[in-house]
Design a binder for this molecule. Sequence first.
Ligand code: ADP
Ligand code: MG
Length: 695
Amino acid sequence: MGAARPVPAPRAPPPGPAPAPREDLVAGPAVREKLAKLGIRSRFDLVLHLPLRYEDETRLTPIAQAGTGEPVLVEAEVVEAEVKYRPRRTLVVRLTDGQSDLWVRFLNFYPSQVKQMAPGRRLRLYGEVRPGFFGAEMVHPKVRVVEEGAALAASLTPVYPTTAGLSQATLRGFIAHALDTLLLDDTLDAALLDRLALGPFRESVLLLHRPPPDVDPASLAERTHPAWRRLKFDELLAQQFAMRIAYRERRGKAAPRMPDRHTLTNALVTSLPFALTRAQRKAWATIAHDLGQPHPMRRLLQGDVGSGKTLVAALAALQAIENGWQVALMAPTEILAEQHYLKLAHWLEPLGVKVTWLSGSLKARAKKGALDALARGETQLAIGTHALFQDEVAFDRLGLAIVDEQHRFGVEQRLALAGKGAEPHQLMMSATPIPRTLSMAYYADLDVSVIDELPPGRTPVVTKLVDESRRDEVIRRIRESCAEGAQAYWVCPLIEESESLQLKTALETFETMKATFPDLAVGLVHGRMKPDEKAQVMADFKARRLQLLVATTVIEVGVDVPNASLMVIEHAERMGLAQLHQLRGRVGRGTARSLAILLYHQPLSEAARARLKVIYESADGFEIARQDLLLRGPGEYLGARQSGAPLLRFADLERDADLIELARETADAMIGGGSHAVERHLDRWLGHRQFYLKA
Ligand code: ADP
Ligand code: MG
């Protein structure tokens, strides 16, 4: 290869914790601890601790008009109070507002409360009035003793999320103190706010904590009030700033330069039996450029199932290798890692590249040999699952870490792999496209390339939704197709609750299929098999020694057998959209017309019906992802695996898409102007909320 061995850059400090928030609470340790449970560590946190709902104590309602089902404030005088012991201990109070009587009952009460209910006392009671046995009735209202003509609240009374042992009154006191003592001046200038039609910060938070009685309650509950918009905007803007700064910091870090030397990369391109698609060439050119830079690449390569991301990854790997660096390729499952290994070894070994598969199932001796070769730098490309970032794995000079199906890994796992090198370049790949609003909010610190084209000669997969009762027709279809030389998958139902039940079902399905198709060679692959057993079955299927492969969803990603043109998915109604799309992507990889049959069982839930409709109507991964996001909402869409991703507290990615766009434009303009306001804004929002920072 001839490249001089590069000097690795010094190891970067590990991504540290977020800066500590200013702890400026004026409170004793016990209260402090309770507040911390609510995520409140500073006075500014108190300002951002917004009400869950409001109580209207700004006006009195006559008892006679109170039974509307809404909680109201009533003022009345105690006529009599009595503790009853049957059927259980109850304090029963009769009051009157001069026109009507009101019966109030308390089940748990203190002696002091009984005293409070002395005849002639004037009380204000907040709660719901319902028709009772004797007349209008309230159970456990909020009670306050008042003088005649006492002032009413000037604004709606906020009710805050709280925790055991911290009363609303205490919390309100702390928040009021914070609101009154902090300088809630604006971080955005008036002209900008004008242009964005947003109100001042101080007025906005004050309105949310102390809304005037005439405010439209729905706009508060639905968070559409202009005051809410201002807070959401500020939050989104801080997030955009933080991500741009993370991005810039990365540009300031040193990483090994590995320019395209066109030796190994060209050799691979000429050895292929096909030409790169236009989209592959474009993605590859961008990555080749990134790798030649002295800064770490963080690129997300998105491309629909079957778009040929592996080849682009192989080219990136070769560019690192021809510059004398080692490469790691991590995949989420053994099957996928093995498929990658087979494919890449097939492509790269003829070029003299040493490729290793670090399988969890390697025998101790073989494993030690593989690890040694990696640590000595003899192995140039290591392929594996999570096994790759275990402590025992050491690289001599890791220059590029590639993560396939990146959304299946947590942020920490990705970092652990990258931590095996000084400051390796990172290429992340995903067939689960991130819709635009999500990527703007979550991936602004990554560069994104998209492969938006499938290799030529693919015939689109025809999808059929078939009721389980028509299973016979499906069986006939398999028999016909296999007689014509095609191969088929039979995907077993997903049983989320129980892995052992899932295994049992797979084994049963396998037996049934063998009995149904005595003249076909039937194989079985499932998650509990040893990796080398799995590998053997997959190899048999690929070599056409098997015609029908019964499989669990382990074949969801990466399996690549072009001759397989028929897939049956059982209980498709139980599967998620991304999963169905991935599974269906296992067929339609050759030139034969392919068919995916989704068997479903009645009755279908509303959600299942919606999912099946989407998968039936669309073959486009991006459109499916968009629909998936709509059906599930962003939190669930990103899933627990993305737990490292920053969360938004106020803004909603779906409903506030317009604000995200505004925040993005504003962030660009403000950062471009090198504005001092950027720092002030970040200073206000960062440190209070560690989730705006990301490794
Ligand atoms: P994915 O993007 O889903 O990971 P793969 O990389 O597995 O897709 O590619 C799917 C199949 O297409 C593989 O068999 C691969 O060898 C083949 N392939 C990749 N690029 C091309 C191309 N430009 N022309 C024809 N076939 C290609
Ligand atoms: Mg792939």
